[in-house]
Design a protein around this ligand. Structure first.
Ligand code: HAM
Length: 422
């Protein structure tokens, strides 16, 4: 096959029956999230670039290295969304959200990051996520995490590990930065080029570095919660207690800061053993985001799960939707002259809710039977001049080879009685 027909590396064509697995994830998201009062929001797949730069932070890997940014004809800088939260906040601001207004939305769809493709790391990937804005309270974080865990359970993804940490509030930031700089000062010369830049530009980002050479120093860094003020610690404690009350097991990950700058207080990730190096199936946290053009920050809590990774986790647990036959019924026409009658018959049966495909060229009956087999049709309806004259069709049940004449007036119920679910 010519490489020109392959999708761009890091992107995929998704064929059936895999599409059915995607539909299952989407349907469960709608079902579970609506139990928590969330409604669906669809935002554009591209936004003005500053929507992302301002919200995610200009020192983050996503903004610095991974965004697909282009100029439109008017010279405006636009970017394919690398994640969902920033666009959702822009939409909230555009809808006239006032400070303190509560709103809960969920979304699903493609996101774009120019990362090096690997197992579970795509350039076009898909997220399903939820955002609850308007309340800054530990119980809101607990409910958000509970909804994510409920969703994972509903789609059969058991065995996920919930990792939890806090980044505290804005007032804690400087103290944390000073403590981190003190820790990294004597090591930074031997760390990667990015970390050397982050040391002065945004020292927090060092904690998110994936470079193996930097890990030793990152693992020795002070625990975030120990560097925070009393109110941040109390908030975090209340989140942990709330999770315990709901019986949601979690592990404290003392250096988890997440790759985006908008987080305050709670941050979390869910990892899964069924994946390789890219084992985070979902991530999220509490945030305060000021979108360009808005006068006040929007406070909220949310998460997003990578749908490709959810499917990988399900596959590792042996969950996969089986192949479905392309059609239940094939209408075979005996001779070219009967093709239009066959097409009409198919059309009538479809109106009765039956999945039908019809011969369109009048090939040999042998060739038509081969096609019916390939499509997985359980029933073939043979239509020739003789049948037409008598007002019947010859119905053939493929599994048994049994054939009988069926009057057109009884055909729909005859077929339905023989369908797998019938
Ligand atoms: P994130 O951790 O960047 O958070 O992405 C969430 C999830 O998307 C990851 O845990 C992973 O499953 C999936 N993901 C990310 N990048 C890729 C990729 N290149 N290929 C495949 N899957 C990927 C966010 O995006 C935040 N907006 C989450 C959030 C919502 N925080 C608050 N509200």
């Amino acid at each position: 096959m010519s490489t020109a027909t392959e999708p761009v590396p890091g992107t995929s064509d998704i064929w059936s029956p895999e599409v059915l697995d995607w539909c299952a994830l989407e349907a469960k998201a709608r079902e579970v999230f609506s139990l928590y009062g969330y409604s669906e929001l669809r935002t554009p797949v591209f936004e003005r670039t500053d929507v992302f730069v301002r919200s995610l932070g200009d020192e983050t890997d996503v903004v610095k290295k991974e965004m697909y940014t282009f100029e439109d004809r008017g010279g405006r800088s636009l970017t394919l969304r690398p994640e969902g939260t920033a666009g959702v906040m822009r939409a909230m601001a555009a809808s006239g959200l006032a400070e303190g207004d509560e709103r809960r939305v969920f979304y699903m769809g493609p996101m774009f990051r120019g990362e090096r493709p690997a197992a579970g790391r795509r350039r076009q990937f898909h997220q399903v996520g939820g955002e609850a804005v308007g309340r800054c309270a530990p119980a809101a974080d607990v409910e958000c995490i509970a909804m994510l865990m409920h969703y994972l359970e509903a789609i059969g993804v058991s065995g996920g590990k919930l990792l939890l940490n806090t980044r505290g509030v804005a007032e804690d930031r400087e103290g944390v930065a000073v403590a981190l700089r003190t820790h990294f000062e004597s090591h930074v010369a031997g760390m990667c080029e990015d970390c050397r830049r982050r040391f002065t530009a945004n020292v927090w980002r060092i904690l998110d570095c994936k470079n193996p050479d930097c890990q030793e120093h990152i693992l020795a860094a002070p625990h975030m919660v120990d560097l925070l003020g009393d109110s941040s610690r109390a908030f975090f404690k209340a989140v942990c207690q709330g999770l315990e009350k709901l019986g949601l097991a979690h592990e404290i990950a003392p250096r988890l800061v997440r790759g985006l700058d908008y987080y305050v207080h709670t941050v979390f990730e869910v990892t899964h053993h069924g994946l390789g190096a890219q084992d985070a199936i979902a991530g999220g946290g509490r945030y305060a985001i000021t979108v360009p053009g808005s006068s006040h920050p929007i406070a909220g809590v949310g998460f997003a799960a990578g749908m490709e990774r959810l499917l990988m986790a399900r596959e590792s647990l042996g969950i996969k939707t089986g192949a479905v036959a392309a059609t239940d019924v094939y209408v075979a026409s005996l001779g070219e002259a009967m093709v239009n009658d066959g097409v009409l018959l198919a059309s009538t049966l479809r109106r009765q809710g039956i999945r039908v495909m019809a011969e369109t060229t009048g090939r040999s009956i042998k060739a038509q039977m081969r096609t019916a087999n390939k499509l997985g049709a359980g029933i073939v309806l043979l239509l020739g001049e003789q049948e037409k004259a008598k007002g019947v069709v010859t119905g053939k049940t493929m599994a048994t080879g049994e054939q009988q004449e069926v009057p057109l007036t009884e055909l729909a119920s005859w077929v339905k009685a023989r369908l797998p679910q019938g």
